[in-house]
Design a binder for this molecule. Structure first.
Ligand code: 0RA
Length: 703
């Protein structure tokens, strides 16, 4: 997801907690320690961002993760094999598992039920049983109490030792003591919570996002069944005593993920449409003496780009880090060793480089360790240095045995890497000649570029605009001091499968690279960047989306440092212009349009959309004005392209730093754009009952 650069609505003060804390109400049966607990959760409501990252969509989705991660840890400890996440019609989320159930016995110090402590005290997660929580998330692993504090209503239900226990909460505060409410032959925990709308600006969960994340989780914990149910549109209510919503068989979208092969299944899935270079999928799993668990699966395919998918404590680390470094070092060293000892390539070929052995490699790396550290702007990089040595040595040993035991695979892999080496040498020769000719030197800026006046990269922005017509408008509308315009003609080359030398033969790509000033590939130097804001401005149609995807893929593959440094943005032009008399509004989404229409006292059905094909482009403005004035009617114009706006409109809505919104592109966005990841995380989720399984054991589940 892109970073939310839009201003968020001002947060309301957490009045509910304050008021109640000021007035210890003995008459309601709360003791002094209850108040202490309330005060204990107050920091969460005061600074939600500190606990869940943000109060935007990322933070909202984080709530589910906090609860799910507890259940998943139960699964990893071998006590649970089914977790269900259900989005319910009343806006709540239910996470149910068949683990041991949160303990309910009295806590020795406070005299409170352990369940209550876990639900109402910060950092109370693993206090009771450290061994079974060896590897806790770490990123924001502060658990259920945070979710409780940020929910208007929470219910915790525990089935344990033949009994069923319940406790309800409001804004983190227990409504009563933990109650035994009956017998049960189940075992496990069900947490239901309703995110607080005074904390979260938008409480709409994204089904696609949930599917993407929890599918991944199912791969990471083999033999765990993860069910997802979207019952938000269900017309009835779901009884609060329902354990697994799945069992109700509602006619709503749902998915189940179960992968017996774990990350081997993930590699198989990633390679589903590729031609493998060797038959088997390498897999190993081992733990070091200081309890760092390493698991790797890989297979080479007939492609040139590598796909390395790393995780640390089951958290995705697209930024790479120590585990990936250790992996690459071992891979390069052992493949070269094997080659030397078995004389697959002749000596004059030289050694295979790190890049050579990565070509066409699909690998999933998963490490688990205590006291983990994440790094980078978005904390998506593993920083713990011990992980490097652990992966290097354990994976190295396993790879060495694999190559010895599978000589055919070893040969195929080395031949593949040798091919990469040849291509690399040829590409380098070609690129050197391009560089020698000065094609990428900073002084020969492309003719299409309309540069800005400032030479200070900090203030400089470049708008990469789709098409010459929009380019012309942007040129007129811009602030010439700080804004440069580079129009792109047609679609930039799909960089997915193309080598650097060929890529630089493409004029659109070359123009961009020269304009950025940093060069590319081995000569890349981020210090030479000419603009610290690179803004992709494409049309709001299919072509625009395609060009945006291509550009993001290009940046991901060749200018990853730009993304990491936060230099890449996507412009947010309006979709609609709404006019009534002299009043002018812009709407950036259909919902916003409907809201404006409502404010103006009309619905979309009552209004004719103005359409430049009917009106004629030149006098469209005038006609719209006249009509609007004479009838007082509302005119709605849908912008299909940036070129449909005049210079002033484009400035006001899309370019003016005071009024515009830019979406910063994160590494996650870029990955999403990357074609291969699209296959795995694809958004064309069938809104029906879909069942995805690899080597499923659970034959009783019908598809
Ligand atoms: C503390 C200790 C034990 C289990 C749990 C917490 C636990 C928490 C959650 C949260 C969601 N599902 C959960 N399942 C278990 C260990 C209990 C024991 O030793 O029996």
């Amino acid at each position: 997801m892109a970073k939310e650069t839009k201003k968020t609505a001002p947060k309301k003060a957490p009045t509910a907690i304050k008021k109640k804390a000021e007035k210890p109400s003995k008459e309601k049966g709360y003791s002094a320690s209850d108040i202490a607990v309330l005060e204990g959760l107050e920091p969460v409501r005061k600074r939600p961002g500190m606990y869940i990252g943000s109060t935007g969509p990322d933070g909202l989705h984080h709530l589910i993760r906090e609860i799910f991660d507890n259940s998943r840890d139960e699964a990893m400890a071998g006590h649970c094999d089914h977790i269900e996440i259900a989005l319910l019609p009343d806006g709540s989320v239910r996470v149910a598992d068949n683990g041991r159930g949160i303990p309910v016995d009295k806590h020795p110090k406070t005299g409170q039920s352990a369940l209550e402590v876990i639900m109402t005290t910060l950092h109370a997660g693993g206090k009771f049983d450290n061994e079974s929580y060896k590897f806790s998330g770490g990123l924001h692993g502060v658990g259920a109490s945070v979710v409780n504090a940020l929910s208007t209503y929470t219910r915790a239900e525990v089935h344990r030792d033949g009994d069923r226990y319940v406790q309800d909460y409001e804004i983190g505060k227990p409504k009563a003591k933990v109650k035994k409410v009956g017998k049960s032959d189940r075992r496990g925990t069900v947490i239901t919570f309703t995110p607080d709308t005074s904390i979260f600006s938008d409480v709409t969960f994204s089904w696609e996002r949930i599917v993407k994340h929890y599918r991944e989780q199912a791969y990471l914990v083999k033999n765990l069944r993860v069910s997802l149910i979207d019952a938000r549109a269900y017309q009835g209510t779901v009884d609060e005593d329902t354990y697994y919503v799945e069992d109700l068989n509602l006619q709503v979208p749902s998915m189940t993920f179960y992968f017996e092969g774990g990350i081997v299944s993930m590699v198989r899935y990633l390679n589903a449409h590729q031609k493998p270079v060797h038959k088997g999928i390498f897999h190993f799993e081992k733990e070091t003496e200081d309890e760092i668990q390493v698991e790797v699966a890989f297979q080479y395919v007939d492609d040139i780009s590598p796909r390395i998918v790393p995780f640390a404590n089951n958290i995705s680390t697209p930024g790479g880090g120590m585990h990936v470094t250790g992996f690459k070092t071992a891979l390069t060293r052992l493949i070269n060793n094997y080659n030397k000892n078995n004389k697959i390539l002749s000596e004059k070929d030289g050694t295979l480089s790190g890049d050579d052995v990565l070509e066409g490699l699909t690998a999933v790396i998963s490490v688990k360790m205590k006291e983990i550290q994440f790094e980078g702007q978005t904390k998506d990089k593993l920083g713990s240095p011990e992980a490097r040595g652990a992966v290097e040595s354990l994976f190295g040993d396993a790879l060495s045995s694999y190559l010895e035991e599978n000589p055919d695979d070893a040969k195929a892999i080395i031949r593949k890497a040798a091919l990469a080496m040849k291509a690399r040498k040829a590409a380098k020769a070609a690129k050197d000649s391009i560089l020698r000719k000065g094609a990428l030197e900073g002084f020969t800026l492309p003719g299409k570029l309309t540069d800005c006046q400032t030479k200070n990269a900090e203030d400089a922005e470049i708008f990469i605009v789709e098409g010459d017509s929009a380019g012309g408008t942007a040129k007129q509308g811009r602030d010439r001091k700080t804004q440069a315009i580079l129009p792109l003609r047609g679609k930039p080359l799909n960089v997915e499968r193309v080598r650097l030398d060929k890529m630089l033969g493409n004029n659109e790509i070359k123009s961009m690279v020269i304009a950025f000033g940093t060069s590319i590939g081995e000569t890349f130097d981020i210090e030479k960047i000419r603009y610290k804001k690179i803004v992709i401005a494409t049309d709001a149609d299919v072509d625009g989306a395609h060009i945006r995807t291509l550009l993001m893929t290009f940046f991901y593959r060749y200018f990853r440092d730009f993304i990491d440094a936060g230099y890449i943005y996507v412009a947010q032009p309006p979709l609609y212009k709404i006019k009534k008399g002299k009043a002018l509004h812009y709407a950036f989404s259909d919902e916003e349009r409907d809201a404006v229409m409502k404010d103006l006292g009309a619905t979309i059905a009552e209004v004719e959309e103005t359409n430049d094909e009917e009106e004629g482009e030149e006098n469209e403005e005038e006609t719209t004005d006249k009509k609007a004035k004479s009838s007082g009617r509302i005119q709605v114009q849908r912008y299909k392209g940036l070129g449909e706006m005049n210079a002033e409109e484009l400035w006001e809505t899309t370019m003016n730093p005071e009024t515009r919104t830019l979406k910063q592109v994160t590494i996650d966005d870029a990955i999403e754009a990357d074609a291969i990841f699209d296959t795995l995380m694809g958004s064309d989720v069938e809104p029906r009952k879909v069942f995805i399984q690899n080597n499923a054991k659970l034959a009783e589940i019908d598809i």
